[in-house]
Each structure stands twice: as structure tokens, then as C-alpha cells.
Design a binder for this molecule. Sequence first.
Ligand code: AQP
Length: 334
Amino acid sequence: MARPRVLSGIQPTADSFHLGNYLGAVRQWVTMQETHDAFYCVVDLHAITVPTEADALRRRSRVAAAQLFAAGLDPERSTVFVQSHVREHTELAWVLICLTGMGEAGRMTQFKDKSAKFGESAASVGLFTYPILQAADILLYQANLVPVGADQKQHLELTRDLGQRFNHRFGDTFTLPDPYILKEVEKITDLQDPTAKMSKSSSSPAGILDVLEQPGPLRKKVMRAVTDTGSEVLFDEENKPGISNLLRIQSALTGTPIPELVARYEGQGYGTFKKDVAEAVLETFAPIRERTEKLLADEKELDRMLAIGAERASAVARQTMEQVRERVGFLPKL
Ligand code: AQP
């Protein structure tokens, strides 16, 4: 029997992924390549929904791809590609845009959050339609499962709605995907503002742990993470959001259940605990950073790996789009 298909994407919007991207998404991608037919993309078309400089985009797209391979994606088992290399993403997005209501698109909370930064009228139409492009990314590959962090839940619902609407109007075409969200790591929060998600574009440098960062600054940031009143290491999301976030991180990185960690640090105060969290972060990030640097040292080879991914992705995307074109009523080109 064919393996179920998984698809997910990550934006090349910074010079490194952060701990939230890694724990909330990329780590699951690596595990799932063992059991699923895996498609993962660097979503550069999404990155340009906010002002982006061309050289930075090129650099960050390669850095993103290198980090994915360095984190453990195997080009033999996973199809890793750059979104703009497969033209069908934008073509399907247009068809889906024409099926989306203005009100429906306007309810997407990520647009509201991100556009608040520039003011809604200065935000691009691309930022507004971003979730529809994301729906196209997923539906194009007939994905069964989409591993993401909690912030993407609403976009996944829109994807299912649009897939279902298309199927209903034009005949069964798309597989309806389910989100795959690991509760324990669905929202890693900012070290300086433990109620907000750790984010490439909105966290302050002190609030974010970058995978490619050097050990010194990483250690400092963990040691300076905002903690809560009191001195006991306890899991209490409401009254101790900072310590709870660090406990979640430590548990995910070491595979130790939270109650066990709480028992281990009883009576020891925050200092010892934070030191251990910092060590766990360093241990996880160091090999990824080293492998990323090696991969980036040979751009030609990296581009070749991405070309192979694009080829495999295009074969699937072309098939879906042929069906879509025919069902929508576009004339075949002789
Ligand atoms: N803090 C987080 N906790 C858990 N999961 C997270 N993800 C992001 N932040 C956290 C998940 O990482 C994947 C890739 O994210 P993205 O690059 O598509 O962008 P995003 O979700 O918008 O993340 P950022 O860091 O906030 O990026 P910018 O600032 O560029 O918008 C997704 O699966 C996401 O859920």
C-alpha cells in the first residue's frame, strides 16, 4: 500500500530557523520521512509577502534548505524543494483565490497580526492572500497530513474548506489534509515575552534562540530568559509562563517527561535548571550548525539537490494541475 503523503513548508524569512520552527515543525518532518511519502518546501513565494531584498532572499533560501538537510532530511527519502521552482503553486493559488470569499480571507488572524506592523492599508495584497497560496501548496500534492505549529491551525482549516468547495463544485479532485500538531511543542514562546510565540519576524533578538547561533550568545539568552516570581521550577502555564516554556523546551529536547524534570529540580532554584536547558539547546543545535555550514560551502551541490527535489515535486504538481485545468474548463493547449 502507498504511504500516506505529508507536506509542509518553511519561510526563508531569516538567516536561521529558531527553536520554535525546529521543535514545532522540522523535527517532526524528519521523523515522518520514515513513515510517509514526504514533501517539504522552502516557501520563498510566501517570504515576499513582506518587503524582501533579492540578495537576502537568495541567501536565506539556501540557508533554509541547508538547515533542513542538516536537521536530518534525507534527499533520498524526502522531496525537498523550493516553492518558486514549481510554477503550479501560483497557478493553483489563482484558481483557489477565485473560490475564496473576501470575508473568509479577512478572518485569517495571521494577516491581522502581521499587517498590524505596517498598518492594514500598507500591507500587500499578497500578505492578505497568503493563506490561499498555502492551501494551494498543500492541495497540489494531495497531502494527507501537514505537520505544523499551532499558529497554522486556522490556515489548515481554510485549506480543507477550499479543497472541499472545489471538490463539491467541480468533482472529486483534492485529498483533504489533516493538521499534525504535537501538543507539547505546538507553541514555543519568546524568552522575553513568554505569552507570545517565538517568531523570526516579531521576537526581539533576546527572545529568540536561533539554530545557527554561536554557543556563547545562546547560553546567555537562556540564562537571561524571563522567569517568574518565586524560585521553584514548576509547570504552571498561567502563573509561571516563562518557567513552563523552559520546561517544555527541556522536556522536548531531552525526552524527559515534565513531572520528572519538576521532581529533579525541586529545591534547586532557577539557575541550575536554566544551565541544563542551555546545555540541551547547545547539544541539539551544534551538529545542525556544523552540517549547515558544510552544505553551504558547496552551493552548487546544494542547488543540485534542490533541482532534484523540484523535479520530483513538479511531476506530482503537474498531474494535479492537469486535472484542475480540465475540471475548471480551461481549454487544452494543442
Ligand atoms: N514558536 C513556535 N512554536 C512552534 N512552532 C512554530 N512554528 C513557527 N513558530 C513556532 C512553526 O514553524 C513552521 C515554519 O514556520 P514559518 O517559517 O512558516 O513561519 P511562521 O509560522 O510565521 O513562523 P515565524 O517564526 O513567526 O516566521 P515569520 O516571522 O517569518 O512569520 C510552521 O509549521 C510553524 O507553525
